[in-house]
Design a protein around this ligand. Structure first.
Ligand SMILES: [Zn+2]
Length: 310
């Protein structure tokens, strides 16, 4: 029995370390610190400020040539995991994404896999921020919600201002700090990582009679090229999953024109493929935010509570 458990444990650790170990946030920070220490020319630790418990929300700033943005205005992009604390694989995908970026940015010209050379060249003039865990309290307790300073249990992915529904927002320091970061750093593209449906979706996810944005054809094209790698379903949040109020992805697109997408990793994901699909996504983004991100449909009547996406 002991042997059997050890075998299962070993497989589990290899595939999904955060689930089998019940990993806490300290381990995620340690992984990031190790990456930064081992690759100081490519990755540095960063943070967006503290959460309601006074814990620093940390991430990595990754770029091929630090300081190069003095010459060319580098565009900045963000991958953020674990709005929902019980969707812990989001942190694993984010760390894998960071590792893959660092590994490939470490290669000399001509060393990259030929079929990916254009993709990597497309990322060389970009800064990529990776924040594996936004909801640290939820991550450590394996709960979806996060506690506000007032003691309320808040769903972080319905804590943003909504296009259609009047509701409370920015009750959490984590979400308001992330919003401030998006604005201050002029983030161009952003992916949030959730679980576990196996989809990669784009706005609108709001309660609207017209689920397509004016950017729908562009979104469809870049999403299709990305999911060709991990075989996920794609489309708008509303059409593929269901509408929600107060989600990050709709807020950042509507407010600033950030090219946002929501990755719902599969229940038993191939994390390597998920990471590659995200690399493909970011490499296709333009240098500017959308300029036609307004909502052109009509908000639909909503009844009862507003479920947020998984
Ligand atoms: Zn979620």
């Amino acid at each position: 029995m002991l042997f059997k458990n050890r075998v299962i444990g070993a497989c589990c650790i290899f595939l999904f370390p955060s689930i089998c170990f019940g990993t806490n946030y300290d381990n995620v920070v340690k992984k990031m610190q190790d990456l930064a220490a081992n690759h100081p020319k490519i990755a540095v630790m960063m943070d967006i400020g503290k959460n309601d418990s006074g814990i620093l929300i940390q991430g990595l700033k990754i770029e091929k040539q630090p300081g190069f943005d003095v010459v060319v205005g580098k565009t900045k992009h963000l991958l953020v995991g674990v709005h929902h604390g019980n969707e812990k694989l989001g942190a694993d995908v984010a760390i894998k994404f960071a590792e893959d970026l660092i590994q490939n940015f470490s290669l000399e010209a001509g060393e990259a896999d030929d079929s990916w050379e254009d993709t990597w060249q497309g990322l060389e003039d970009r800064v990529l921020y990776v924040i594996p865990v936004l909801n640290i309290g939820g991550y450590n307790a394996n709960t979806r919600e996060e506690r506000s300073s007032g003691g309320s249990s808040v769903d972080p992915n319905r804590d943003y201002p909504d296009v259609c529904v009047q509701q409370k927002y920015f009750q959490l320091a984590s979400t308001s700090n992330l919003a401030r970061f998006i604005e201050k750093e002029e983030i161009i593209g952003a992916v949030t990582v959730h679980g576990y449906i196996g989809t990669f979706t784009y706005p609108w996810g709001i309660f609207t009679d017209s689920t397509k944005t004016l950017d729908d054809s562009f979104y469809r094209e870049v999403a299709k090229a990305s999911v060709a790698i991990n075989n996920y379903r794609t489309g708008t949040h509303t059409d593929i999953i269901y509408p929600a109020a107060g989600a990050f992805e709709d807020w950042a697109y509507y407010k600033f024109g950030v090219w946002t997408m929501l990755l719902e990793v599969a229940r038993s994901p191939d994390i390597q493929k998920d990471s590659a699909a995200m690399i493909k996504y970011f490499s296709q983004l333009p240098q500017e935010r959308s300029t036609q991100h307004q909502h052109t449909g009509n908000c639909t009547q909503t009844k009862g509570s507003f479920p947020s996406r998984p």
